[in-house]
Design a protein around this ligand. Structure first.
Ligand code: HMG
Ligand code: MG
Length: 286
């Protein structure tokens, strides 16, 4: 098993989407440009979602237009065809993009975050995925609430495996498994991963841990033991989810890097640049 771990930086999106005060586009661009020089291969920079639902992400088109060229893949969240059209109008030449589509393993969070059932959310995504494939744009899936839901309580591992399967029936995309409210423990994450890994190879999965209970790094190490080599992290530990009450920050990129590098694992990411970016990110907090 490889000792290289891929980090997906989600701070500019999952981190900043939760900040109440609107952050200037220029500040977001400064943060993303710094992250773009760190060796990170994936940076999620915004969302083409309804500006009424998430006002902080309303300037994603301007962000795409203003960020400097980078070797990193630039990811954006797209929930429906309106979001896809917004992305198409904003995309820049010579940039490697990834469109991230997102559903929930629990009905309560699906209603809160997308205003529809899980099945309806998958139906909305089918044309987005078809359009992305036609346009040659990479697609990534997110499944939220993989251990616990703020509305429905614990999530059954079989429900997570089923929702991952719903996405991968549309296209064989990589899927990030979101512990949206950070209640997962190594015990519940292991049970969930056993169910998902029965149908999906580890190389197509990522772990996305929020750090409410301070268990995110334990959960990353458990996931590493079970074969995963990709994790979503947020510089400065920014984050949360506006539609998941009490969702705290994502696990901090700098904390994950420190542990992985100390344990001899490789990421290709420069911890000094990330430390500077973490300071910048923390200064953006409301
Ligand atoms: P809706 O209100 O049901 O949509 O929202 P609708 O189709 O009824 O349309 C209502 C209005 O929204 C219309 O405008 C549409 O044009 C507009 P109006 O006629 O009223 O002026 N609209 C849009 N505008 C811009 N972009 C769009 C768009 N779609 C419709 N794409 C919708 C449905 C999906 C849009 C809404 O529920 C939404 O935007 N949800 C996104 C919520 C969100 O971004 N949550 C945070 C990200 S998920 C997360 O953080 C979890 C994750 O990190 C993993 C984890 O931790 O688990 C990924
Ligand atoms: Mg999240």
């Amino acid at each position: 098993m490889t000792d290289f771990v891929t980090l997906h930086e989600v701070g500019p999106r999952d981190g900043l989407q939760n900040e109440h005060n609107l952050i200037a586009t220029a500040d977001k661009v400064r943060l993303i440009n710094l992250l773009g020089t760190s060796g990170l291969r994936h940076i999620e920079v915004g969302s083409f979602v309804s500006p009424k639902w998430v006002p902080q992400m309303a300037d994603t088109a301007q962000v795409l237009a203003q960020i400097a060229p980078t070797d990193a893949q630039i990811a954006v969240l797209v929930p429906n065809m309106k979001g896809w059209d917004g992305f198409c109008a904003a995309r820049q030449p010579k940039t490697d993009y990834q469109v991230a589509v997102f559903i929930s393993a629990s009905e309560g969070f699906s209603q809160s975050n997308l205003g529809c059932s899980i099945a309806e959310s998958v139906d909305r995504l089918a044309p987005v995925i078809a359009a992305a494939q036609l346009a040659g744009v990479a697609v990534r899936g997110y499944v939220s609430c993989v251990t616990d839901c703020p509305f429905d309580g614990p999530t059954a591992p079989a429900a997570v495996a089923r929702t991952v399967g719903m996405l991968r029936n549309l296209a064989l995309m990589p899927v990030s498994l979101g512990d949206t409210i950070g209640h997962g423990t190594p015990h519940t994450v292991a049970a969930m991963l056993r169910a998902v890994l029965a149908e999906t190879p580890a190389e197509d999965l990522a772990g996305h841990f929020h750090d409410t209970s301070g268990r995110a790094i334990d959960n990353i190490y458990l996931s590493l033991d079970m074969g995963l080599r990709a994790f979503d992290t947020s510089v400065g530990g920014l984050g949360g989810c506006p539609y998941a009450p009490a969702a705290p920050g994502n696990v901090a990129t700098e904390a994950v890097l420190a542990r992985l590098h100390a344990d001899g694992l490789h990421t290709g990411v420069d911890a000094d640049v990330i430390a500077q970016a973490a300071e910048l990110a923390k200064g953006m907090r409301s």
